[in-house]
Design a protein around this ligand. Structure first.
Ligand code: ADP
Ligand code: MG
Length: 380
């Protein structure tokens, strides 16, 4: 395995000898978009793209870390005032600090790490990095006493407190709990979750990264949240989780058309996650795919978080007979996730590259993913 060899040989030449190797994964979300902050469901799975780290206690109070991919070295102490400058190192520092804040133990260690989760493509390389170290430090210094959900929260708090990203729990949850051939339906109200087998024999999940990111001035994310909150308040409920279309239609004349369509998307999306789970249990991939297209349509027309490039990728998928395709992530750029019959895959990828390039002057990036294990120990 190339990644592992690269890490072990670098560790040996930098620090001498060997430590223990851990890994954690990036993630996809099959369906359930903009549902997390509405108390709804998300349906993520860990993927076969990971951050891997070799780690060994060094008997000091200092962490010495080398990032192979960024080709950068950082050294930091474990006290609050020792926060490193390099942003990649702040993820590791944050995880250490969040463990210590919760009463856990962290000693100084040496580490070399690398990964193959594309950075900033929406596959959550940052959650993979946090979860890898949270899992490892729990194993090395805490006898695995910290429960797995808390490991995910440690990663989330790291983003909030050390990296300036106010994220939800899904990415870290998926990275920590991921299981080969399974997706996980997480209830963002109760935080309960359930594994669903996802063994899509004859199908491939492929992401097409538009490599565009439209930064909009008026914080569309906050505006979407505000719409949802307004409608929930008008209905006298805590979140749109407790709403249905009948309730929404009963207040239609009292709210703006914009708020109506935002809430409509959220209510329909919540139902779609449940429909997809049922369909998966039955092996009904046509229904799974149809729901993915419906999600795309809702995100584009009702929630209005798509963009020309993503709609174009979705249209190409439809033309090529792809079973399901939709925007993955917050929108305004980034990836589409596509469920493709294996025999159609080469033609779909070739067509998408050619057409997208002809229209926008660059090809989309292509990431095939396999649903895989989340955080784990790679070697003793
Ligand atoms: P993503 O959507 O991939 O999570 P983020 O911007 O949240 O994008 O996180 C990317 C950041 O995580 C990088 O800027 C870097 O600091 C850190 N990171 C991710 N992968 C690696 C890696 N392989 N090596 C070093 N740092 C990494
Ligand atoms: Mg991230």
């Amino acid at each position: 395995m190339e990644l592992k060899e690269k890490i072990t040989s670098t560790f040996e030449s930098r620090f001498g000898g060997h430590g223990t190797i851990y890994a954690s994964a990036g993630r996809i979300n099959l369906i359930g978009e903009h549902t997390d902050y509405n108390g709804g469901f998300v349906f993520p799975g860990a993927i076969d793209k990971v951050i891997m780290a070799e780690i060994r206690a060094n008997g000091t109070d200092t962490v010495r870390a080398y990032s192979i991919d960024i080709d950068d070295y950082a050294e930091f102490g474990l006290n609050e005032e020792d926060a490193p400058k390099a942003s990649w190192a702040r993820y590791i520092f944050g995880v250490c600090r969040e463990i210590i804040k919760r009463g856990g133990k962290v000693q100084g260690f040496d580490t070399v790490f690398a990964g193959n989760v594309p950075l900033g493509a929406g596959l959550s390389s940052s959650a993979a990095l946090e979860s890898c170290f949270a899992f490892a430090l729990n194993d090395m210094f805490n006898g695995n006493a910290i429960d797995k959900f808390e490991l995910a929260r440690i990663g989330q708090s790291t983003e909030h407190n050390y990296c300036g990203v106010n994220c939800g729990i899904m990415d870290q949850f998926a990275s920590v709990f991921g299981k080969k051939d399974h997706l996980m339906r997480l209830d963002c109200r109760s935080m309960e979750f359930e594994y669903f087998p996802f063994k899509a024999d004859g199908y491939t999940l492929v992401l097409l990264d538009s490599v565009v990111k439209h930064e909009l001035a008026d914080s569309p994310y906050n505006k979407r949240r505000a719409s949802c909150e307004r409608v929930a308040k008008r209905l006298g409920i805590e979140t749109l989780r407790d709403a249905d279309m009948e309730m929404l239609d009963s207040i239609k004349s009292d709210i703006t058309a914009e708020d109506y369509f935002r809430a409509k998307f959220v209510i329909e999306e919540k139902e779609r996650v449940l429909t997809v789970c049922d369909a998966l249990v039955k092996g009904d991939f046509d229904t799974v795919g149809r729901c993915m297209y419906e999600t795309h349509n809702g995100l584009s027309k009702d929630y209005e978080v798509s963009c020309e490039e993503l709609d174009y990728l979705n249209d190409i998928a439809k033309e090529c007979g792809v079973v399901g395709s939709r925007i993955m992530g917050g929108g305004f750029g980034g990836c589409t996730i596509n469920l493709v019959k294996d025999e159609l895959l080469p033609a779909f990828i070739a067509t998408a590259k050619e057409k997208f390039n002809a229209k926008y002057g660059h090809e989309p990036k292509v990431y095939e993913v396999i649903i895989s294990d989340g955080a784990h120990k790679v070697t003793e």
